[in-house]
Design a protein around this ligand. Structure first.
Ligand code: SER
Length: 332
């Protein structure tokens, strides 16, 4: 397909989203133009075998500049982040990686005249004051987690660089992202991924949130699609710029458990809320994403039922002999 993004760099390419976005971009465009950048050690992963890999820490501004300049990068996706739960364990690190990392990316973009920067924000920007259902894009933002604070800062910084320096920055607020390739790295919504692994390997999962905890979620193919769609969108139609809600599905932990249980009879589960419950309680149940739908054509494909089937099919294949339960339906 014709590439309107030029040479691309994905920072945080080894992470949950980065690993799948990099592959999707390489499939969609000319492989050699998508540089996977991260600080993880190269070895074994298809990311390193199927294209160029840059060893890079987003906090090293000099190194980042060299790599962006050296590869003549036009578009940067900055996915390097410390998520909410890990961020509460180490707020200082979360500030550095998320806020200083975003600042470094924007500064390098400005100095080198990069065409576009795409950075995910999160539902963690919201605090408990806002409407819980169909939370609008434009509301009072008072997050309670350091992750949320850094994401609000990232949105505002992005808007500033667009407004003042004409840098084409685009950001969208991702919900909890569910996937089977790479594990998420310390988010509050990780229970939605862990429950599948445990259901298949142990037949049991202890959710770390209450049964009635409802959060916005999204399946990885939709997540990758949203990032690429936003990146490719006509800049003239982007009025929201750096604060697009992107909705997909919304379910409680109990609803997820029961949907998995429809396919695995012996699946049992408990709910033992821990410190992450407070973070989950401060976030919306669902978001109003009309701006994303009208301004750049956002349209998710997966609902709970379809996502659960796809996750089980793929994880059963991936986990192989580690699967200890019978799946009671023909999933494929
Ligand atoms: N998945 C993120 C987290 O739980 C929310 O965007 O931290």
């Amino acid at each position: 397909m014709e590439n309107n993004l030029g040479n691309i760099m994905v920072i945080g390419a080894c992470g949950q989203i980065g690993s799948e976005l990099t592959t999707a971009l390489r499939e969609r465009y000319d492989e050699v133009k998508v540089i996977a950048a991260d600080k993880c050690a190269p070895g074994g992963q298809d990311l390193f075998e199927n294209g160029t890999y840059s060893s890079l820490n987003v906090l090293d501004r000099g190194g980042l500049k060299e790599e962006v300049e050296g590869h003549d990068i036009d578009t940067i996706f900055n996915l390097a982040a410390i998520l909410s739960a890990k961020g509460e364990k180490n707020p200082q690190l979360a500030f550095e990686v998320n806020t200083v990392g975003a600042y470094n990316t924007l500064e390098i973009g400005r100095k080198l005249g990069v065409d576009k920067i795409i950075m995910p924000s999160s539902i963690a920007v919201f605090g408990p004051e806002v409407p819980k259902d169909d939370t609008p894009d434009e509301v009072y933002l008072k997050p309670r987690s350091m992750y949320g604070v850094t994401k609000v800062a990232g949105e505002l910084l992005g808007y500033y660089y667009w407004d003042k320096y004409d840098l084409d920055v685009r950001e969208l607020r991702l919900p909890g992202v569910i996937s089977h390739k790479t594990l998420p790295g310390g988010g509050t919504t990780d229970y939605a991924v862990e429950s599948f692994y445990s259901a298949l390997t142990d037949g049991h999962y202890d959710f770390f949130v209450r049964e009635d905890t409802r959060l916005p979620m999204m399946y990885m193919p939709d997540c990758v699609k949203s990032l690429i769609q936003l990146a490719e969108a006509d800049p003239g139609s982007l009025h929201g710029r750096t604060n697009y809600n992107v909705g997909s599905m919304s379910f409680t932990a109990g609803e997820l458990a029961r949907e998995i249980g429809r396919h695995i009879d012996e699946f049992s589960y408990d709910f033992s809320p821990d410190y992450r419950q407070e973070l989950a309680d401060s976030w919306p149940n669902s978001v109003d994403d009309r701006s994303a739908r009208t301004e750049w054509g956002w349209q998710p494909e997966y609902d709970l039922e379809k996502m659960v089937r796809d996750m089980l099919v793929n994880l059963e294949r991936k986990l192989g002999d580690d699967v200890s339960v019978e799946l009671n339906t023909q999933l494929a």
